[in-house]
Design a binder for this molecule. Structure first.
Ligand code: NPW
Ligand code: ADP
Ligand code: K
Length: 502
């Protein structure tokens, strides 16, 4: 899916109205209907709903939802924020509100009591927010936030900008759920907004698909549609030579498990052959734990000290559990200078790059780097906020012509072309040691199988998260360990395979 800016969202709404010949009121009705259905599916009958409406079309959505909820038999009260001017569709829906629905203008000196059993619908401001909330709007939002009621935001939590940071200390609704329309907003993907957005969902309201298609964007979500035709099916006469030979340089004394996890993920990611460059201390361990892989002798005693001949390999992954010794640094530098095959760099390989930034200039084109935010910071600089981190990400990928998989709840893939792709799979059960090692092994497997760097990142990140979701379904999020992601990679990848046939 595309992630549109606030301005693009407004333009799309307008263009849909013009192109489809529908009235903006009709579009508002669709949004309110989708929202009301969503709410009714989660609401016990008789639970009172307090709808807070602003003067614009977000408030119009709230008024229309109030009417629909009333028609469905739900007790509803409407509270209007005083404003100099209301939008036309707000006014139309104000007139359509049945007189039996209690509707009053808010008075900040005596704001309504909101019992814990109530549901508050925040329809104060949506994508039209143009400045931080002050005065009455801020007082009302603080009142809502201080109540024990459950808050559901329409389209956006009021006070939160769609695609830019707010000044520190801004007043913003803290929603339990945000129910948005048609396309997700950039704000939803960033950790700094989680306390405001809560859990979010996007409901289709039939905006014009052709117009969406023709809107140029550089922010996208990674979803099933984007992944169509990126992962080829296995060939009937394929053999182990068909699916690439990966080399993983990983593990050191005390961290051989990282090599095991990456190796198992590489094998479950479909690679034809796997060789492990682990130090001698890890030799017996990997030969026992991963019998399908070959282990290279003589590349170091307790950590990797030298680089083997790279001729046999179709992709190289380096970093999990590697350590940051000087001779591992030398091996990494030699790898960057000599490798002619795709590279995946993770963990200590990234820390070594961060501590020796001159190495970054040696990155071959299309290398994939998989930092978590701290590792990314070591490669660049501390970010002032999440939007700044995205700017740094775009600049880094452009400058070094590489792909960066910035890991997190919504892992973000940055490309040399300046695109950002936000993942939609995965869960907090994956916040456990070794999950990243699994991703490295999987990405190395996909590169060895000749997927482009972009396809490997998109397929790998999505499948890794999906495998985590499948594992969590069975084990619960707390019960999930990194090895469980590996065992579910097969089904996760299978879902993405391009079907052969007609
Ligand atoms: N057809 C469509 O377009 C559809 C749109 N839909 C819905 O419309 C929503 C967007 O509606 P919108 O554009 O009217 O903007 P909205 O968020 O209601 O706010 C604008 C008003 O707030 C005011 N204002 C802004 N900031 C303020 C502040 N800090 N403090 C105080 N006032 C402030 C601003 O005033 P101004 O900036 O002009 O002074 C203006 O009066 C969107 O999120 C979705 O819910 C759906 O129905 C689908 C169809
Ligand atoms: N809350 C979360 N939701 C979804 N995925 C997560 C979450 N926390 C972590 N992950 C995923 O788990 C992996 C953790 O990687 P990393 O921090 O490198 O772990 P390690 O170094 O222990 O292997 C990343 O792929 C990340 O996207
Ligand atoms: K809102």
């Amino acid at each position: 899916m595309k992630i549109l800016s606030a301005a693009q969202t407004r333009a799309l709404d307008q263009a849909t109205i013009q192109d489809e010949g529908i009235m903006s009121l009709e579009l508002m009705e669709r949004a309110a209907t989708a929202f009301t259905e969503w709410l009714l599916n989660r609401l016990s009958a008789g639970r009172e709903v307090h709808i807070f409406c602003g003067p614009g079309n977000n408030g119009g959505d709230g008024l229309a939802a109030a009417r629909l909820l009333h028609q469905a038999g739900q007790p509803v009260r409407v509270w209007l924020l005083p404003a100099a001017r209301d939008s036309a569709d707000f006014t139309a829906n104000r007139h359509r509100l049945p007189p039996e629905v209690p509707c009053a203008e808010l008075n900040t000196r005596s704001l309504p009591e909101l019992p814990a059993s109530a549901v508050v619908v925040d329809a104060l401001f949506g994508t039209g927010l143009s400045r931080p909330l002050t005065d009455e709007a801020a007082t009302v939002v603080q009142h809502i936030n201080h109540s024990a009621a459950s808050i559901v935001a329409v389209d956006m939590p009021s006070g939160l900008l769609t695609d830019a940071p707010q000044p520190a200390g801004s007043v913003v609704v803290r929603a339990r759920y945000t129910v948005s329309f048609e396309l997700p907003k950039l704000a939803f993907f960033l950790p700094q907004n989680a306390e405001f957005v809560g859990l979010w969902e996007v409901l289709p309201i039939g905006l014009d698909e052709g117009l969406i298609h023709n809107t140029p964007v550089d922010n996208h979500t990674i979803d099933l549609k984007l992944l169509t035709n990126r992962l080829p099916a296995r060939q009937k006469f394929g053999h182990k030579g068909t699916y690439g030979h990966a080399l993983l340089l990983a593990g050191s004394y005390g961290k051989v498990g990282a090599a095991v996890l990456a190796a198992r993920a590489c094998l479950h990611g479909g690679v034809g052959l796997l060789t492990l460059g682990v130090p001698t201390v890890g030799y017996d361990i990997v030969q026992t734990a991963v019998p399908e892989a070959m282990a290279l002798p003589g590349i170091g005693q307790e950590h990797v000290t030298s680089l083997p001949d790279l001729a046999p390999y179709s992709a190289v992954g380096i970093g999990p559990g590697l350590g940051q010794h000087d001779d591992s640094h030398a091996a990494l530098e030699k790898l960057l200078r000599t490798a002619t095959v795709p590279l995946v760099l993770d963990a200590d390989a990234l820390n070594l790059l961060g501590a020796n930034r001159a190495l970054l200039d040696l990155l071959p084109p299309d290398a994939i780097l998989t930092p978590h935010p701290r590792e990314f910071e070591r490669l660049t600089q501390p970010a002032c906020h999440d939007y700044h981190r995205l700017e740094l990400l775009r600049a880094f990928c452009h400058r070094h012509q590489c792909y960066v998989v910035l890991k997190g709840a919504h892992t973000c893939v940055g490309t040399p072309a300046g695109d950002l792709y936000f993942n939609t799979t995965g869960n907090a059960g994956m916040a456990t040691g070794g999950s990243g090692d699994v991703l490295t092994g999987l990405l190395t497997a996909l590169r060895a199988q000749k997927l482009s760097a972009l396809d490997a990142c998109l397929v790998g990140v999505y499948a890794h998260g999906r495998a985590g979701d499948l594992a969590a379904q069975q084990l619960g999020e707390m019960g999930l360990a990194a090895g469980d992601i590996v065992t579910h990679l097969g089904p996760a990848l299978q879902k993405l395979v391009t079907p052969s046939g007609f």
